[in-house]
Design a protein around this ligand. Structure first.
Ligand code: GDP
Length: 197
C-alpha cells in the first residue's frame, strides 16, 4: 500500500469521544519506549505524525489518524510504566479495555514488542487478554536494526517458543526497524489485504 495521505484527526482521553466513523481501524500499542511513535512515523512516511520520545507517564490519549481517507491508524497509549502508581495502572487498564470493547470497527491490534528483550510478563498477559476477548492482533518486533541478524533470529525463536506455551500457533508477526524501514511494506500490505476483503 502506498500512503497518499496521513492526517491527524483527534486526540481523546475518552473512548466515547473517538471518531464516530465506521472506517476500519488498526491500533498500535506496546510498552512505553517500544518505538511505537517511530514506527507510526516510518509507516506513514511522516517525520512527526506521532510524537517520539515523549516522557513516560504523559497524558494518556488515543490518537486517530486518517490514512488514505479510508482507514484509521490508532495510536494507543504506551503501557507498563514502572513509575506509575497502582491506581493509575488500574485506570489505564480500564481505558484500554474500554477501547477494545467498544470500538467494533477495530480490525486488528498491532502489539509492539522490542526485539532485543526476552518475553515480558506484561506483554504476555496483555496478549492473553486480547485472546480471551477474541480481539484479533498481530505482533510487530521493533528496533530490529539494533541486533545482528543472528541474534535477532534467536530472540524471535525464543519468543515463539514461549508464545507456544500459551497459544496453539504463533500469531502473525512482523519484524520492523524505524531506522531502516524494514517491515514497512509487509505491515502496510497486510493492512491493505484485510481492507480489500
Ligand atoms: P514510544 O514511546 O513507544 O513511542 O517510542 P519512541 O518511538 O519514542 O522511541 C523510543 C526510543 O527508541 C527513541 O529514542 C527512538 O529514537 C528509538 N527507536 C525507536 N524505534 C527505533 C528503531 O527502529 N531503531 C532504533 N535504532 N531506534 C529506535
Amino acid at each position: 500500500m502506498k500512503i497518499k495521505s496521513a492526517e491527524f484527526v483527534v486526540s481523546n482521553s475518552k473512548v466515547d469521544l473517538c471518531p464516530n466513523s465506521a472506517l476500519p481501524e488498526y491500533a498500535f500499542i506496546g510498552r512505553s519506549n517500544v518505538g511505537k511513535s517511530s514506527l507510526i512515523n516510518m509507516l506513514t512516511g511522516r517525520k512527526a505524525l506521532a510524537k517520539t520520545s515523549a516522557k513516560p507517564g504523559k497524558t494518556q490519549l488515543i490518537n486517530h489518524f486518517l490514512i488514505n481517507k479510508n482507514w484509521h491508524l490508532v495510536d494507543l497509549p504506551g503501557y507498563g510504566y514502572a513509575q506509575v502508581s497502582k491506581s493509575t495502572k488500574k485506570v489505564f487498564q480500564k481505558f484500554i479495555t474500554t477501547y477494545f470493547e467498544k470500538r467494533t470497527q477495530m480490525v486488528c491490534a498491532f502489539v509492539l514488542i522490542d526485539s532485543r528483550h526476552k518475553p515480558q510478563a506484561i506483554d504476555m498477559e496483555f496478549m492473553q487478554w486480547l485472546g480471551e476477548h477474541a480481539i484479533p492482533f498481530s505482533i510487530i518486533f521493533t528496533k530490529a536494526d539494533k541486533l545482528k541478524p543472528k541474534a535477532l533470529q534467536k530472540n524471535i525463536e525464543n519468543y515463539k517458543t514461549e508464545m507456544l506455551e500459551f497459544w496453539e500457533e504463533m500469531p502473525e508477526y512482523f519484524i520492523s526497524s524505524a531506522a531502516t524501514g524494514t517491515g514497512k511494506d509487509e505491515v502496510l500490505d497486510y493492512i491493505e489485504n484485510i481492507n480489500q476483503q
